[in-house]
Design a protein around this ligand. Structure first.
Ligand code: ZN
Length: 300
């Protein structure tokens, strides 16, 4: 009896022990699962760093976060004509007139001030802090202006990286392409445009130079190559760029024969970064960016 009793007591003890072990294991499992969930959540949000500026849109372009960066168009075409080349070159890096305001993420802010409408082709037009995004792509043309204080200060780093890759590819073909004019502030553009108006008159100046706030050069997402003049198109470099820029994420923003749509004369030297995916689509379409999205480029 006594033995049995003792044995039973022992058994009971043992069961407590098993329960304690099981509870501990369960707790460990819960902790591990929690950690796993937190870690994977972190990983996801880390991707948002790609949305640093240029692109607005997580909602529309989820498929290619990286390319989001590239999407902003704007315009200034010929402004950078030859006689202004030295001035423009300086502008590439020395134009930090204002505080940079580039890192706008419309997706996050759309709830505050984003007004959304549709283009004639059904793409969304969202305005955030005075900046217009079409399908998540920053747009600056004669219809859509940038705020005077929008000043990224330089050509975007992702755009410069893409340019380097393209430049190296061209170099392997024995060709030399280089940026002659990149970022230009509102103030610089204002000075340039007014000089052209004084020289050629407003109507003519508007064909090749953007009014302040309407220049794509203010976006930091475009640049002018080499000679910045009509002779560029017929050079081996100009021909190579026309055929291959899209492979590196760029389009010729003001194509031949599209002046009525883009608002600017043909500029073989002015490239706009869109990221590889979109640049290929636009290139394959044979359309200029305004036609592709179904938007206008006209001063009011
Ligand atoms: Zn240009």
């Amino acid at each position: 009896m006594a033995y049995k009793k003792r044995k039973r007591r022992h058994k009971t003890k043992w069961n407590y022990k098993r329960i304690a072990i099981a509870s501990t294991s369960l707790a460990a499992l819960v902790v591990a699962t929690t950690v796993l969930i937190i870690v994977s959540g972190k990983d996801k949000s880390g991707d948002s760093s790609y949305n640093s500026g240029i692109v607005a849109d997580a909602a529309q372009n989820n498929s290619n976060k990286k390319d989001n960066l590239s999407t902003v168009p704007q315009q200034t075409s010929v402004d950078d004509k030859q006689n202004e080349t030295s001035d423009n070159t300086n502008a590439v890096s020395n134009d930090n007139v204002d505080t940079p305001t580039q890192n706008v993420n419309p997706t996050n802010q759309a709830g505050n001030n984003g007004m959304t409408s549709k283009t004639s082709k059904g793409y969304s037009i969202t305005e955030v802090d005075g900046i217009t995004y079409v399908d998540g792509i920053l747009i600056a043309n004669k219809t859509y202006a940038l705020p005077a204080d929008y000043n990224p200060g330089a050509v975007d780093s992702e755009v410069m990286e893409a340019f380097s890759v393209m430049q190296n590819a061209a170099a392997r073909e024995g060709l030399n392409i280089y940026i002659s004019s990149g970022f230009r502030s509102y103030e610089t553009q204002n000075r340039l445009y007014n000089n052209y108006v004084a020289k050629d008159g407003k109507a003519e100046a508007d064909r090749y130079s953007a009014r302040a706030g309407h220049s794509e050069h203010q976006t930091g997402l475009c640049f002018d190559l080499n000679s910045i003049d009509d002779s560029f198109a017929a050079t081996p470099e100009g021909e190579w760029v026309a055929n291959h820029a899209w492979e590196y994420g760029f389009i010729i923003r003001y194509p031949k024969g599209k002046e009525d749509v883009t608002g600017y004369m043909y500029e073989s030297w002015h490239l706009r970064y869109l990221g590889k995916e979109l640049a290929k689509k636009v290139y394959d379409s044979g359309l200029c960016l305004e036609e592709y999205y179904g938007i206008t480029s006209q001063y009011e």
